[in-house]
Design a protein around this ligand. Structure first.
Ligand SMILES: O=C([O-])CC(=O)C(=O)O
Ligand SMILES: [Mg+2]
Length: 542
């Protein structure tokens, strides 16, 4: 619900958390000194939503629609969320992947009003002071990036800020986390993107990225400042380069309430997809083998979560990891390779070297391939055909984002597998008709996980975010897919249902948190009802 009106007059219309624009009633206009500042007509929220839809239809490109929606967010927060929640399936691709990717690439050129916090490394030693400038003092969720690996688009410097903003908009729109409890942050440690450094419009620090001890000291100062200012806050790391993502998560995961969305959120949604896919194939998780295209932290994150889920079904962790294989630019990741980082080594199994992905498929015989390479088109016809020869229903998950980085399209996967593929992708694709059958591709995007995780943490004030919580979330997502959806190939809940799906998932995760002594609040009688009650509702109230 929108915040009660405290200010008076013109300022009210410029405070997005209280502004209702043309929906202020006559009595409110009188009380708040707004008479004469608005046209006489008094709208309902429904009418305002309809007007927004009309205005969006007048625009030509999704980037223009994105900008319009961002302006709306800065103008009237309630209406912004009411619009998003009026049709999540329509608006997610506009405020999130894929449009947000283009917005990040063009950030410096399309910049209008500011949002969130920008913390430059030049302010080292003063982070708490800068953060105290933020107007809210109870923050429960921070999504933070350093802009180095924005989706599959690479180093976008401060332009990466679109991601924390978009992710947090979905915390609210998709799982009801109250927006005033959220804060997007960009840590500006420079950029190695020369095009940005040469661009007079670039808005970040004009220097190469800081690395090593200075970087980690800056991260440590930031974490300390968050703890000091917002002790109940959950810190979500987003779109960091692999080496930093892995080391930051290792350093903090057992100390504070934190997680990495690209490693753990993506792993959760991949596991959910597999649970649902197994409902189609009727096979057991512990009998599966997977091959990953890409060997970064998203790949090892998914491989590890799958392995841990396999352990819950009876395998040892070594047996489980041996069922998950990685492939990168230098070929199959195997134990004789000398170029591997520590986090990749658990998945470097004994095998002859293998330079071609198709050869690796024929050697490993995976049930599924997962694309986390950020390189488009790597799942080519030969790859899909090889998978289709080995499997009656090959699992094909091109997860790289945005659409321009997807390892294949839905149409390619269905066509080249003659309709046999069980398909899901990180970015959205339209349904595909092949002969008489229409396939509905699922979006295997962490958006099914992170907002629900956020709601669960809010409802429990969880001390930690654990791997088990992601396995619980994955099961909760998968169990909501109906047989009818599975029949069309859809292995995730439909996006039109994502709010309900997230609340269900949040309740399951919250129950796990309470059951396992991870909560910092008392257990409510009815966890699901409590979550529904906590959820933000985009209405004006009295
Ligand atoms: O933002 C998305 O769509 C999913 C994600 O975390 C990424 O690709 O980095
Ligand atoms: Mg990400």
């Amino acid at each position: 619900m929108s915040t009660p009106i405290q200010n008076k007059g013109y300022a009210v219309l410029h405070d997005s958390s209280v502004n209702r624009g043309s929906a202020f009633t006559e009595a409110q206009r009188k009380a708040a000194g707004l008479e004469g500042l608005l046209p006489a007509g008094v709208d309902t929220l429904e009418l305002q939503i309809a007007r927004v839809h009309t205005q969006l239809n007048m625009l030509d490109t999704d980037l223009q629609r994105y900008l319009f929606l961002m302006d709306l967010q800065s103008r009237n927060q309630t209406l912004f969320y009411a619009v998003l929640m009026s049709d999540a399936a329509k608006f997610m691709p506009l405020v999130y992947t894929p449009t947000v990717g283009e917005a990040c690439q063009k950030f410096d050129h399309i910049f209008r009003s500011t949002r969130g916090l920008y913390l430059p490394i030049s302010a080292k030693g003063r982070l708490q002071e800068l953060m105290s400038n933020w107007p809210q003092n109870d923050i429960r969720f921070i999504v933070v990036t350093d802009g180095e690996r924005i989706l599959g688009l690479g180093d976008l410097g401060v332009g990466g800020m679109g991601i924390p903003i978009g992710k947090l908009a979905l915390y609210t729109a998709v799982a009801g986390v109250p927006p005033e409890l959220t804060l997007p942050i960009t840590l500006d440690v420079g950029t190695n993107n020369q095009t940005l450094l040469d661009d007079p419009l670039y808005l970040g620090l004009r220097q190469q990225r800081v690395r090593g001890d200075d970087y980690h000291a800056f991260i440590a100062e930031f974490v300390d400042a968050v703890q000091a200012l917002y002790p109940k806050c959950c810190l979500q790391w987003e779109d960091f380069a692999n080496f930093n993502a892995v080391s930051i998560l290792e350093t903090y995961k057992d100390k504070i309430c934190t997680y990495n969305d690209d490693i753990q959120g993506t792993a959760g949604i991949a596991l959910a997809g597999l649970y649902a896919a197994l409902r189609i194939t009727g096979q057991k998780l512990t009998d599966q083998r997977f091959l990953f295209m890409g060997a970064g932290s998203a790949a090892t994150g998914i491989a590890e979560l799958i392995s841990e889920a396999m352990v819950m079904e009876g395998l040892t962790i070594e047996e489980a990891r041996a069922r998950n294989w990685l492939f990168d630019i230098n070929g199959l990741v195997e134990s004789t390779r000398t170029d591997l980082a520590d986090f990749q080594k658990p998945f470097a199994h004994q095998h002859a070297s293998c330079k071609s992905f198709v050869d690796a498929i024929n050697a490993i015989k995976p049930n599924g391939i997962v694309g986390v390479s950020t390189v488009p088109k790597l799942f080519n016809q030969a790859v899909i055909e090889a998978m289709s020869k080995i499997n009656a229903q090959p699992i094909i998950f091109p997860y790289s984002n945005p659409t321009s980085r997807s390892e294949c399209t839905a149409e390619e996967a269905y066509k080249w597998s003659s309709g046999k593929a069980i398909f899901a992708s990180g970015s959205p694709f339209d349904p595909v008709t092949l002969g008489t059958k229409t396939f509905v591709p699922g979006q295997g995007n962490n958006v099914y996980i992170f907002p629900a995780m956020g709601m669960a943490v809010l409802a429990t004030e969880a001390k930690r975010v654990t791997q088990q919580m992601f396995i619980v979330a994955a099961k909760a997502v998968a169990e909501q897919v109906t047989q009818e959806d599975l029949n069309t190939g859809l292995i995730y809940p439909p996006q039109s249902q994502i709010l309900n799906a997230s609340l269900h998932t949040a309740a399951k995760v919250a129950t796990y948190v309470f059951d396992n002594g991870l909560a910092r609040v008392e257990r409510p009688k009815d966890i699901a009802a409590n979550i529904k009650n906590l959820a933000y509702k985009p209405v004006y109230g009295d």
